[in-house]
Design a protein around this ligand. Sequence first.
Ligand code: FES
Ligand code: FE2
Length: 349
Amino acid sequence: MARSYPVNHWYAIATSAELTEKPLARTICNTPIVMFRDKAGAVAVLEDICPHRKAPLSSGFVVDGAIECGYHGAQFDAHGRCIHIPSQDVIPPRGMTVTRFPALERHDMIFAWIGDDKRATPDGIPDIWSANTYADWTAVHGYHHVKANYLLVLDNLADLTHLAFVHRSTIGASGRTGWFNNPLRVTIEGDRVHSSRTMRDISPSGFMLMTSRFAPTDKIDRFQTSDFFAPAFFTVVLGGEHAGTHEEMQRPHHIVLNSVTPETEETSHYFWSVCRTVALDDQHITDEMYRLTRLAFDEDADMLERQQQAIRADRSGRPLMNFQGDQGGAAMRKVIARLIEAETEEQAA
Ligand code: FES
Ligand SMILES: [Fe+2]
């Protein structure tokens, strides 16, 4: 089966908080990897297989910044070189190395490059994660393992008309007509898809009421802008101004940062943050934002997993269809298809 994702790109593989003193195993783009911190605290990412008898390295321990296989104790440094074999005091046999993947840690997120490592450049990660660590923002982070292809997760982010249905009892209760009556304006710039929607003279969202940015009786103009950075990063910026007072969003109310990493063709790692600019020190609001976002993304994951099962069982061969609201998602899939095609052509050349 053809791959649905390009490989010569950075993908998020963990949050910084997840990587403690133990090795952390994950499958990224169908490749089992193990991450750990070297002596200096830098993230190392290796293929999760020991060349000796092919036990997973993640079954072992981190010893002095190296990873020790849990089976016979061979140790590998951050470059994947074997530096110690307990049962023999000689140079390791030829080929006793593990594939190492380029890794970067930024703004509380860890990224890895699974494709051709010679092409990995640090500037390939869009600087969207800074809101995670800005002093004048408060962020909550979460992770969902979703049993659905990553494109389905990205579709879900690109088409927020699902709010009124999937989230009817949680975050989607307000503003139903706002999402339907105000189509997205979508533009593609290179590997980036920008979309925006303005909803005039409607009620504030639940989150805006929670932070007391607006009163329940207020009528506001709500602004939503989204940016997709191929192949796997997606930001949604949400804000509002008193109705009729401003043409554009003056300052976002909150931003949802998303990173969707293919695990296999039918499963994904979904990392998200919600960062707000208001009521920064209110712990109750922080807790509620986490709880409600988690709840809403649970609802999304539930729908996406059912959708993946239905797609797996489907024998019709019919493609997915697009509504007007899929404009952003369709543009996003077009960019990804172009990147995959370019990689396939390069490999064939
Ligand atoms: S399998 Fe790893 S040291 Fe033997
Ligand atoms: Fe959703």
